[in-house]
Every structure is written in structure tokens, then in C-alpha cells.
Design a protein around this ligand. Structure first.
Ligand code: IMP
Ligand code: MG
Length: 200
């Protein structure tokens, strides 16, 4: 069984890939420390902006689970949590279709909604999810993503809150996967190119 590195291992390696992941992960893009700092900053910003409201935070499964868990615990407001799941299919060259496999359970009519995702890439998932949620007549929907890859955008959409803007790299960890793996890495890493086939 693989051992998950402890925080102290990571402190020692700081920016270097912990030994147990070196076969699969080429480098650490965002360390655990940087994630923690930035998530705290985002939470402070969101807390200020929503100071007098009771937002519903809706998180897109599965990629944004770690981000959501860390973010909302730093927001001292009466928030409610819900999840949606979307799966998209198609290729990079044809518009992908987004299908919802889990819909929102809370009644969001008239509510402030903050929609969270792990990464804004082509923009299709966030755009389509927001469009679907709008049909439920919330008061307003704002969006928050941990990572933004603007160079990959197909649809014109930006997020209201962005953790980090990153170049066109395939990343894993902190909730994000490649073929269902690597979600449990405590940092955001770059996958070794030989493990990665380009078509999602
Ligand atoms: P979009 O619809 O192209 O914006 O895709 C967004 C979704 O694709 C994200 O929610 C992720 O699940 C996935 N994704 C995009 N880029 C990456 C990546 O670099 N690593 C892991 N998942 C990614
Ligand atoms: Mg996702």
C-alpha cells in the first residue's frame, strides 16, 4: 500500500515531489503551503463579499471536494452546502456535451449561490452548470475556481474568484484526477508526460 506523505515530509521537500510519487508526478506546481495560504485569502474575500447574506455553496463533484472542504471551513457565515455532478463527453475539437448525473437538492430560488469548481479549462462545464442552475431562479450566482487555465478557453466565461491562474498543463492532486487517480495528493502536481494521453 502506498503511504500518503505527512505534512512534515512535504515541509522537508518543499516544492519537490515526495519520493513515493516521483514515478508519476514530474513536479509540484502548487505546494500544500501555497494552497493553504491562497484558500485562506479567497475565504476572507468571500466572507467580506457575503457578509450580510446566507449563501448556498454548490460544489461540482468530484474535483472540487478538497477545495470546498478547506474553503468553507474558513468562512464563518451561515452557509448551506450542496453538490452537483456533471460528466462531459466528446473531444477537444467538437463541443463537449455536459450531462448532469446529480442535481442540486436545496431549493435555491431567490438565494445567493456560490458555485465552486476545481479548474476552469474550456469553460463548458461551468457555463453549462451555471445555465442549468439559473433555471432554478436563484437571486444571483457567482463562481469560484481554484485554478484557471485561460489559454484553453472555448467558451467566453471567467470566474468571480480565482485561486491561481496556471499555464496549459495537465495537473492532478488536491481533488483533481487523471483516470480517477491522484485526487488524494495534498499538493497540485504536474503529471509525468509519458503517463498522460492528450485526449480527455
Ligand atoms: P471544462 O469544461 O473544459 O472547463 O473542464 C473542466 C473540468 O475538466 C474540470 O472540472 C476538471 O474536472 C477537468 N479538468 C480540466 N483540466 C484538468 C486538469 O488539468 N487536471 C484534471 N482535471 C482537469
Ligand atoms: Mg471537475
Amino acid at each position: 500500500m502506498q503511504r500518503i506523505p505527512s505534512t512534515s515530509d512535504l515541509a522537508l521537500h518543499r516544492g519537490r515531489v515526495p519520493k513515493i510519487w516521483q514515478k508519476e508526478i514530474e513536479s509540484v506546481l502548487i505546494s500544500e503551503t501555497h494552497l493553504r495560504t491562497r484558500v485562506k485569502e479567497l475565504a476572507a474575500e468571500i466572507t467580506r463579499d457575503y457578509a450580510h447574506s446566507e449563501p448556498v455553496v454548490i460544489s461540482l463533484l468530484n474535483g472540487s471536494t478538497m477545495f470546498m472542504a478547506d474553503l468553507v471551513r474558513q468562512i464563518p457565515l451561515p452557509i448551506e452546502l450542496d453538490f452537483v455532478a456533471a460528466s462531459s463527453y466528446g473531444t477537444r475539437t467538437t463541443p463537449r456535451r455536459v450531462r448532469f448525473t446529480k442535481k442540486v437538492s436545496i431549493d435555491i430560488r431567490g438565494r445567493e449561490v456560490l458555485l465552486l469548481d476545481d479548474i476552469l479549462d474550456s469553460g463548458q462545464t461551468l457555463w453549462e452548470t451555471r445555465r442549468q442552475l439559473r433555471t432554478l431562479k436563484p437571486y444571483r450566482i457567482k463562481t469560484c475556481v481554484l485554478l484557471d487555465k485561460p489559454s484553453r478557453r472555448i467558451i467566453r466565461i471567467g470566474a468571480d474568484y480565482v485561486g491561481f491562474t496556471i499555464p496549459n498543463l495537465f495537473v492532478v492532486g488536491y481533488g483533481m484526477d487523471y483516470a480517477h487517480q491522484f485526487r488524494n495528493l495534498p499538493f497540485v502536481g504536474i503529471l509525468c508526460p509519458e503517463l498522460f494521453s492528450n485526449e480527455p
